[in-house]
Design a protein around this ligand. Sequence first.
Ligand code: SF4
Length: 425
Amino acid sequence: MKILMIMPDAHMHKLRIGSFTRSFREAPLTLTTLAALAPSDQFHFKLIDESIDKVPLDYPADLVAISVITGTACRAYEYAKYFRRRSIPVVLGGVHVTILPGEAAQYADTIVIGMAEKTWPQLLKDFSLNKMKKVYRDDRLPDDFTLKGVPSPRIDLQRRSGYMIPDTVQATRGCKHQCDFCTVPSVWPGFYKRPVSDVISHIQSLPGKYIAFNDVSLVDDREYAKELFTAMIPLKKRWGGLATTMVSRDLELLELMKKSGCIYLLLGMESANQKTLCSISKGFNKENEYREVVKTLHEYGISLQGCFVFGFDEDDSSIFETTVQRVLDLKIDIPRYSIYTPIQARVCSNDCQKKIVFLLSIGKTTTLCMWCSNRPRCHLKNYTEASSGHMKKLFNSLILLNEQFFNRRPLRSSIFSAISAIEFS
Ligand code: SF4
């Protein structure tokens, strides 16, 4: 049976400098892990990450499965409609489907809610028996789940070219924090660890020298992180991953990270406004300590991608200028800007549909997340223009921020060398 699995392009994580455009991220694990959960003798998988490959609209699939995040929901629904018109059943799953199952169900034959380790193999079995249900839901309690025995992803089905780092690993899932704006605590309540020996075997099986951890907070469990990094030292890999700013206070851990090959970290700095940080339950980020955070990481040879989010209630239009000045002043190696996407967003109201069309039409030009909500708290209360003006200003400002930053000549050459070093080594 032929299964076409699609991860639609969100036009995120793309670096554009003049005519140069490339995917600026590690290979995603979703599709390759789902493929690994199925018996390979019974199902033939074609995996399409649309950020690097075109969706083959004429593919003779028996079933189409689409992984959906909020930023790709509209696009995913268009593909679902298209394949269903071709009488091919469509399954939708992923973070957005888990948050808004009622909405996703309108566009699919079947939806998958929650984690897929158990439900996806069952769905495929039912499909092969012509008994596929409308909904598959993983109702396990957080402490009823372990990452033990989760198979390594089918990287044989994934293209190696096109990514900044094609070898991606997951060691943990979930996060111990509860930041107000973040989908992680709602979608993956709890914090799960893969046995260190499984992670090490997985890393050893990867051909590249560079690996990327996709864990949202790799160092949340300090003892686990220490065990993992110690075991990684003999592997002599170089790696990057995500952490919180608090990692800079733990010099023992940083030393181990350095020895195990850590070369970059992505940190959710989120805002240059401490009031905002407190209002989104991320008060453990101290804006006045950001200078020390960057300095410490640099001293350990770790470069920094700093993520900032715009659109919070505490901010006004001055936040753009303040942020870009702060980024330059702190010497953050690569800033990443996005727009607050409320987790209970609905995409079906008329007002919101208009915004989405607008956002999709300009979102192709830069590294933006899509913002879509009609929740009152998300109407950018301290921005002074009328509603559509808010959106336009927000996006134009982000485009400008990216251009200002990435067009600086020394930075351009350092980014090009960093990418080349990783890709061709
Ligand atoms: S620390 Fe990061 S992953 Fe965890 S809840 Fe906060 S924003 Fe989400």
